[in-house]
Design a protein around this ligand. Sequence first.
Ligand code: HEM
Length: 170
Amino acid sequence: MQSLQDKAAEWSGVDTTLAFAVDEDGTNLFQKLGPQTFINLSTNFYNRVYDDEEEWFRSIFGKSKKEEAIQNQYEFLVQRMGGPNFYSQRRGHPALIARHRAFDVTHEGAKRWLHHMQQALDTTSDIDDDSKIKLINFFRHTAYFIVAGVESRNQNQTPCKNASGSHPCK
Ligand code: HEM
């Protein structure tokens, strides 16, 4: 049976190893880019999401306050990219699949999410090309990992597991 990571790789077109280049020795995007860049990126991203002309996509975020969504996102990114773990201190384990179950996360939604993230990456200053590529590969793989996880949870109601089964829900 295909693991969630395999599905994420197939659907996103990004190999799992490439997606986790953000974790390679010597790569710490938080140290490289600094906290303000992640705040700017998340603000830029959510400004686009909340202004989306596509009502079906905008409405997925209808129950969330923009300021809180921005804070959740940048604290998660800072932590995931090698910075302080303020996200987990405030919110607990990221458990991305479990947290996204409440929302209508589909292939179409992932595509639209990634469209806004690509635009946000391209228009946020001080992100060098190498970091941009590493981030978008991470985002692409993770978006489809979430889609695969939400789909499989909704189908069989079993806990999500990656190939090794040791690290549930990222
Ligand atoms: C939260 C949708 C992909 C990380 C949310 C929220 C929505 C949402 C509606 C609630 C906003 C809030 O109150 O924080 C989606 C959709 C996606 C997607 C439709 C398409 C696949 C991703 C990806 C990541 C991510 C790729 C990470 C790389 C997060 C995080 C939160 C969040 C960290 C905050 C969770 C919390 O603390 O409650 N997402 N998301 N999402 N999303 Fe996504």
